[in-house]
Design a protein around this ligand. Structure first.
Ligand code: PLP
Length: 316
C-alpha cells in the first residue's frame, strides 16, 4: 500500500489475527493492560473452537457455552452474539488459515472509577483471536498413546471454582503438569479430594472398561468434544455414560483416552504416578480409543457440525 508517497506494509496476519477493543491486529500485537482484572485476577471467561479445513466445528455450541459462562460471571461486553460470531469469522478470514485454533474471551476489564473494588464498575470487554492449529498433546504423542500421570494435588473443588465455566484459574492444572513433566509423563489428570477422577489440563478424560465408556460427572468442563464422542458412541452402539469415575477405575481401565477441541480424541498408553506406571494393552492406543479418534476425524471430513468460514469478511 502507498501512503503519502511512502510504502506502508500491510499487517501480517499469517501467525494469527486478534480482535482487541474494536480493532483487528496481528496476534503478536494483541495485549491486555497490567491493571485489567482479566490479567491480575484471572477474572475472565473464555472458549475455544477449532476450524478444520475451512469450517468452524460446532460454533453455535461453543457460543452457547461462552454465553452461559459470561452470564454465570456477570460479564456483559458491548458486542452482541452476532457481532462476536462475525469477529471470529473475520479473525480466521484475515489469517487465511484452513485449520485454526480460535479463542474468545470476556475480561472484567478495569474499574471506570479509580480505586474501585466493585466488579460492577469495570468495563467488561470481549477479545478474540485466531491462530494456527494447536494440539494440546502433540500429534506424535497422540499416535503412540500419551503417558498420563495421576496428579498428587487434587483439583480445586467445584464449589470453589465452577469447572463448567471455562476459566483461566489454572494453578491446580499447571501444578499437575509441572509434576508430570518432572516425572517424565506427557501430561496429567487430576482427582478431586474425595478420590474421583476429574479432568486434565485442557481435556476431558474417558475410561473404557469391558467395552463400556465412562467419563467423569464432576470436576470437569462439559466439553464439546466430550459431547461429540458421546454422540459418536450412540451412533456406533457403544455404551457410554457420564458418571462417577474413581481413581481405582482409572488405574484398572482397559483403555483411557482424552478429548478436547485442540486435538480431538487423544489415546493414552500409560497411566501412573511418581511411584509406578501401568502400561495399558500393548503400550499403544487401545482399539476403541483408536476407532473413536478415526470416526471423529472422518466426520470432520464429511462436514459434520461445520460452519464455513466467511472469507469475504477479510476484505472489510
Ligand atoms: N477441560 C478443560 C479444563 C479444558 O480447558 C478443555 C478445553 O480446552 C476441555 C476440558 C475440553 O473441552 P472441549 O472439548 O470443549 O474443548
Amino acid at each position: 500500500m502507498q501512503q503519502g508517497g511512502r510504502a506502508v506494509s500491510e499487517p501480517d496476519f499469517s501467525e494469527g489475527a486478534a480482535y482487541v477493543r474494536g480493532r483487528f491486529v496481528p496476534l503478536a500485537e494483541a495485549a491486555v493492560p497490567l491493571t485489567d482484572w482479566g490479567f491480575s485476577r484471572s477474572d475472565v471467561v473464555y472458549d475455544v473452537v477449532h476450524v478444520y479445513r475451512g469450517g468452524f466445528f460446532r460454533l453455535a455450541d461453543h457460543l452457547d457455552r461462552f454465553h452461559r459462562a459470561m452470564a454465570a460471571r456477570q460479564l456483559a461486553p458491548a458486542e452482541s452474539r452476532e457481532q462476536m460470531e462475525a469477529v471470529l469469522h473475520r479473525c480466521v478470514a484475515l489469517t487465511g488459515l484452513d485449520d485454526a485454533y480460535v479463542s474468545m474471551m470476556t475480561l472484567r476489564g478495569r474499574p471506570r472509577v479509580r480505586g474501585s473494588r466493585r466488579p460492577a464498575d469495570c468495563d467488561n470487554h470481549f477479545m478474540a483471536y485466531a491462530a494456527p492449529w494447536i494440539d494440546v498433546i502433540p500429534p506424535e504423542v497422540q499416535a503412540r498413546g500419551a503417558h498420563l500421570m495421576i496428579a498428587s494435588n487434587p483439583r480445586i473443588p467445584d464449589a470453589s471454582v465452577d469447572p463448567t465455566v471455562k476459566n483461566f484459574q489454572w494453578a491446580d492444572l499447571t501444578t499437575s503438569v509441572l509434576e508430570a513433566h518432572t516425572n517424565h509423563y506427557d501430561t496429567s489428570v487430576l482427582c478431586d479430594a474425595e478420590g474421583f477422577v476429574t479432568e486434565g489440563p485442557g481435556f476431558n478424560v474417558f475410561i473404557v472398561q469391558d467395552g463400556r465408556i465412562v467419563t467423569p460427572d464432576r470436576g470437569s468442563l462439559q466439553g464439546i468434544t466430550r459431547r461429540s464422542v458421546l454422540e459418536i458412541c450412540a451412533e456406533l452402539g457403544i455404551e457410554a455414560a457420564i458418571a462417577p469415575v474413581t481413581r481405582e477405575m482409572l488405574e484398572n481401565a482397559d483403555e483411557v483416552f482424552a478429548a478436547t477441541t485442540a486435538g480431538g480424541v487423544m489415546p493414552v498408553a500409560r497411566v501412573g504416578t511418581a511411584s509406578g506406571v501401568r502400561i495399558l494393552g500393548n503400550d499403544r492406543p487401545g482399539p476403541i480409543s483408536a476407532l473413536l479418534r478415526e470416526e471423529y476425524w472422518k466426520r470432520h471430513e464429511a462436514g459434520w457440525h461445520m460452519t464455513p468460514v466467511r472469507r469475504e469478511l477479510a476484505e472489510l
